[in-house]
Design a protein around this ligand. Structure first.
Ligand SMILES: [Zn+2]
Length: 266
C-alpha cells in the first residue's frame, strides 16, 4: 500500500509523516489503534516503523500489510550479536520484498561498552552492503559515532542514502551526511533549549534535507519528560522547527512530507 501525497491548501491543517516511530514495541503496540487515531486526529498520516531486532521482521511485515506503514528491516547496534549468518540470509530474503522500504535501524552506538564496537561495526557494514545490493535506503542510528558512520559509508561508496535518525550536532556534522545523500531526522531534541548547537544548525540546513520524527516511545519532548512519547506529539516538533527557522508550518510540513515519501519508493 502506498501513501498518496495529500493536497494541502493554505488553510488546511499540515499533514505530517513520522519518519521514525517504533509502533511495534510493547510500550505502544497494545494500544496501537488508539495511538493511530490520536496521531491522525492531529494530522499525522504517515509512519515509518524501523525494526530493532530480528524477531520484529515478520510482525512488521504483517503490520505493514494491515496498516500501510512504511517499514525498515534490520538489526539495531544494541542487538548486533543477533546478526549471525542465518539471520543475515533471512534479512536478505525479507528485505528484498517490495513492501520493505529500507534497511534499518542500523548503525553504531559508541555510548555502549567498548568491547561491543568491533561486532557493532561488522553488523553495520554487512547491513550497509546488503542495502547497496538491494538498492534500498537505510535508517541510521548514531550515538557518539557520526564520524565512524560516515567513514564506513564513504569506504563502501554507499549511494542509496536514507535518514540519519535523531539528528543532533553542528551544521558541519549534518552537512557531511547531506552531502552523502542523507536526510536528517528532526525530533524532540530541538524542543530543548540546552540543545543549542542542534537548534542553531537546523535553522541553516536546506529545508529539503530534513524529515520529521518522534522516535516514539523514546525521546519525549521538552515538558513531557518521563512520559511515553507517541506520534501524536509530532505537530509539536513541527512547531518548534517552524519557530526556529521563522518559516510557515504549512510550508515546512508539505516539503518534509514529500521528502519522506520520495526517499522511500514503494
Ligand atoms: Zn529508533
Amino acid at each position: 500500500m502506498s501513501i498518496i501525497p495529500p493536497l494541502q491548501a493554505a488553510d488546511t491543517r499540515p499533514v505530517l509523516f513520522d519518519s521514525h516511530c517504533h509502533l511495534d514495541l510493547p510500550e505502544l503496540l497494545p494500544q496501537l489503534e488508539l495511538h493511530l487515531a490520536n496521531a491522525k486526529a492531529v494530522g499525522v498520516e504517515g509512519f515509518l516503523v524501523p525494526a530493532v531486532q530480528s524477531s520484529a521482521w515478520l510482525p512488521l511485515l504483517a503490520l505493514k500489510r494491515h496498516y500501510g506503514f512504511y517499514i525498515a528491516l534490520g538489526v539495531h547496534p544494541w542487538w548486533a550479536s543477533q546478526l549471525q549468518f542465518d539471520a543475515l540470509q533471512g534479512l536478505e530474503a525479507l528485505a528484498a520484498l517490495p513492501e520493505v522500504n529500507a534497511i534499518g535501524e542500523i548503525g553504531l552506538d559508541f555510548a555502549l561498552d567498548e568491547q561491543s564496537f568491533a561486532l557493532q561495526r561488522q553488523c553495520f557494514e554487512l547491513q550497509l552492503q546488503l542495502a547497496a545490493k538491494l538498492k534500498k535506503p537505510v535508517v541510521l542510528h548514531h550515538r557518539k559515532s557520526q564520524n565512524e558512520l560516515l567513514q564506513v559509508i564513504k569506504q563502501q561508496q554507499f549511494r542509496q542514502g536514507g535518514i540519519l535518525h535523531a539528528f543532533s550536532g553542528s551544521f558541519a556534522q549534518g552537512k557531511a551526511f547531506i552531502d552523502m545523500g542523507f536526510k536528517l531526522g528532526i525530533g524532540g531534541t530541538i524542543t530543548y533549549e540546552r540543545a543549542e548547537k542542534t537548534r542553531k544548525a537546523v535553522k541553516q540546513f536546506p529545508l529539503d534535507a530534513l524529515v520529521l520524527e518522534t522516535d516514539s516511545p523514546s525521546m519525549p519532548l521538552n515538558g513531557f519528560q518521563g512520559q511515553i512519547n507517541t506520534p501524536a506529539q509530532l505537530p509539536l516538533v513541527l512547531k518548534a522547527l517552524a519557530e526556529l527557522r521563522g518559516e510557515n508550518q504549512q510550508k515546512i510540513a508539505q516539503v518534509l512530507f514529500n521528502t519522506t515519501i520520495q526517499l522511500f519508493p514503494t
